[in-house]
Design a binder for this molecule. Structure first.
Ligand code: SF4
Length: 356
């Protein structure tokens, strides 16, 4: 069951509460470079990114930031470190949320000004604590940035914001260590109900980064923890979005497209399964419904495996079987299997429409 959090509004998007887990990413461009940054945002929007973060390093990015905000359809988060004045400028430029580490902005007086302006403008703030930003006194107390230190640091800032009557908060407690991240999020989810932005920071490159993100974010999502997610992967941020949606789909937390289940094949294989899986995958591309389809290499486990899916197919020795809810509903020639499946998908879709 999902951990109960309060709802926070970011631009026109509600985060936390009963709202879907939101997918976000961050641009890799220099924000001063308007053309490159807006091109990346366009690509992210196209990939169904729902919130985008840009870095705001210095005042030279201000004009570009104003223009980026004007042309960005999804909520814009601005990431600020070290200079409180930039947080004020980001809000002036129209940021829907700012991401800060309150400990590195030059003192509480400066933080107070940020909170006041955010309150007046209805801007949300993400307090982003990670293992590298834990304060010295907490490092002395705990010896290293362990989950307790990360959580105490975050709660310290939460309590400070609350004392200033500012509660429009989202929290993140990322570490590049999966276990530290998981334990930190588990602990803080017991201490407060602010929406949690979940991720594994600096996950690395390529396949390993995707697996690391999936293990960390996926573990938390299966425990009902996480209101927005980001995969931190080196390279094109569109890959982050694809990975986020695959994590949401594989955990069953948010499914927006068909799911294909395929057996890994084994010595019992009696059909060119790889070719068949690719063909089914191609056919699934135009389908918006969240149908689950299994493709199996032989009838041995067909009924059992297909029970997990809405529709399934298995083939062998020139024959093919179409399953629905685990029961064989059609037996066809092997070469007719794909067409038979697609006919049954159409029937399934029509029934969904009829049944509302
Ligand atoms: S479905 Fe058949 S071919 Fe596929 S893994 Fe299972 S036993 Fe092997």
């Amino acid at each position: 069951m999902r951990h109960k959090t309060r709802e926070v509004t970011i631009g026109d998007l509600a985060v936390g509460g009963r709202n879907p887990v939101i997918v976000q990413s961050m641009t890799t461009t220099d924000t001063r470079d308007f053309d490159a940054t807006i091109a990346e945002i366009r690509a992210l929007e196209e990939a169904q990114c729902e919130m985008v973060r840009v870095a705001f390093l210095n005042k030279k990015s201000y004009d570009s930031l104003v223009e980026i905000k004007r042309l960005t359809k999804i909520p814009l988060i601005v990431d600020i470190h070290f200079t409180a004045e930039l947080a004020l400028l980001a809000m002036e430029a129209g940021a829907d949320k700012i991401r800060i580490n309150p400990g590195n902005l030059g003192g509480l007086g400066k933080l107070d000004k940020i909170l006041e302006m955010a309150r007046n403008k209805g801007v949300a703030i993400r307090i982003g604590v990670n293992s590298g930003s834990v304060e010295k006194d907490l490092l002395d107390k705990y010896g290293y940035p362990c989950p307790d230190a990360i959580v105490e640091s975050a709660m310290r800032w939460v309590e400070y914001c609350e004392s200033k009557k500012f509660e429009n908060l989202v929290l993140s407690l990322k570490s590049s260590n999966v276990q530290t991240s998981i334990q930190s999020y588990q602990k803080i989810s017991k201490l407060c109900d602010y929406p949690l932005h979940v991720g594994i920071t600096e996950a690395g490159m390529g396949e390993y980064a995707k697996i690391k993100s999936a293990v960390g974010i996926g573990s938390l999502l299966t425990q009902g923890i996480g209101d927005t997610i980001r995969c931190s992967i080196v390279g094109d941020p569109v890959e982050e979005i694809k990975t986020c949606y695959n994590i949401l789909k594989s955990t069953g937390v948010r499914v927006l497209e068909p799911e294909l289940i395929a057996c890994p094949t084994c010595g019992r294989i009696q059909i060119d399964l790889e070719k068949l899986v690719h063909e089914v995958e191609e056919k699934m591309k135009g389908i918006k419904e969240t149908i689950k389809i299994s493709v199996l290499g032989c009838p041995v486990n067909g009924p059992g495996e297909a029970r997990e899916a809405d529709l399934g197919i298995a083939g062998g020795n020139g024959k093919g079987w179409v399953y629905r809810d685990g029961e064989v509903i059609r037996t066809v020639k092997e070469e007719e299997l794909l067409d038979a499946l697609m006919e049954e998908v159409d029937i399934w879709k029509q029934e969904q429409v009829k049944n509302g």
